[in-house]
Design a protein around this ligand. Sequence first.
Ligand code: ATP
Ligand code: MG
Ligand code: MG
Ligand code: MG
Length: 442
Amino acid sequence: PAAVKINVRQALSFRNQRVKVPGWVHRLRVQGKDFMFIVLRDGTGILQCILADRLCHTFDAITLTLESTVMLYGVLNEVPEGKSAPGGHELIVDYWEIIAKAPGGSEAVTNKVNSESDPSVMYTQRHLVIRSDTHSATLKLRSYVLKAFRTHFDSIGYLEVTPPCLVQTMVEGGSTLFSLPYYGETAYLTQSSQLYLESCVPAMGSVYTISESYRAEKSNTRRHLSEYSHCEIEAGFIDFNDLLNIIENMICGVTDILLNDPVSAAFIKQLNPDFEAPQRPFMRMRYSDAIIWLNEHGIKREDGQDFEFGDDIPESPERLMTDTINRPIMLTHFPGPIKSFYMPKDKEDPRVTESVDLLMPNVGEIVGGSMRISNYIDMIAAFKSAGLAPENYYWYLDLSKYGAFPHGGLGLGIERFIAWIANRYTIRECCLYPRFPGRCQP
Ligand code: ATP
Ligand code: MG
Ligand code: MG
Ligand code: MG
């Protein structure tokens, strides 16, 4: 009988029918000379296929290699009881052909199978490594994560904008700027789209973007990339407490969307079997209490001294704290000097700002947010003390001149969110081709 061409995802609807399935030889097991298992991968899933007798005796069968491209024909059977197969069915192959043969025994293919290889090889060979079960699941989950953020913001009426990546302003300090020649001038790759989003609110209402941000991070860490996907929002006529609720709603809303979709829920289960949706309300802790917490737990600064009010809390003590408390923490009210220039002072305690970091177990900071200075005089003063020349920011300064309004926003690293929900060791696994010091390929 004729065979319908299907992909693995469609298998369920074609049970007991003769089909043909194109794909790649993901795993191969030869049992004697009359029996062969091919686990076929086609991007949509994997399918166990059985070749018996004369089908195993051909030259192509005997020399078949991993990652070769094949078309397999046969009837899709429900798997007999007591045997397990992905998806609950297997293909009893009655005819097959090779579309392209891969060289056997290559290191690249071994790396795909053995995801624990030397990390530098893992990154050089990432174009092949992403074919592995774990890495492909992470990238597929990423697609659902991006969609879930869009669904969430759409459901609360925020509009998506696409700000420029080539800019002449900095948002998070000059030390991590990538600069490039721009028609005889200097331009930078954007560190954050925040200033542009702020400019959109009077035009479009509350807005969000998921755009690339670039940071020339000097050190190699588990949670810094040179290029990352940055989900940023800006909302008008809110106060600091509203902002904290926006963050909590976003994390819980997106998590719910992912867990309610059987496909994304299955990826989370595969990658992070113990995952549980976070409990609301999130713990809220002031920066000054975090300093006390660190000292009470004997966690020291790099120079061996106790932490003091005003110190930046670096990645490693922050991680110790988050992993010990082991639930989301909204850390609030950081001192002005360790935060960005655009953050307003707290009305009750001018030593601190209306700022928040959301810390998650295993990753640490995944969100940075704050209210924004909305008063022209304060803004000029903030520029002065940050040592920023106002010329390139004339348009931004206009925002606090023409219709200043209370507003705030946040930035979330998509890769950090994925590292949290999928329990990955480093965010380098949570994007397609990670960029970090010394790596710009593939
Ligand atoms: P960190 O303290 O980890 O360096 P940050 O405070 O400099 O982060 P923000 O400027 O607050 O980062 O950016 C907002 C969010 O963007 C962060 O909470 C984080 O999720 C993400 N992010 C920042 N820098 C990076 C990076 N280099 N790679 C990946 N994600 C990042
Ligand atoms: Mg940083
Ligand atoms: Mg930070
Ligand atoms: Mg931050």
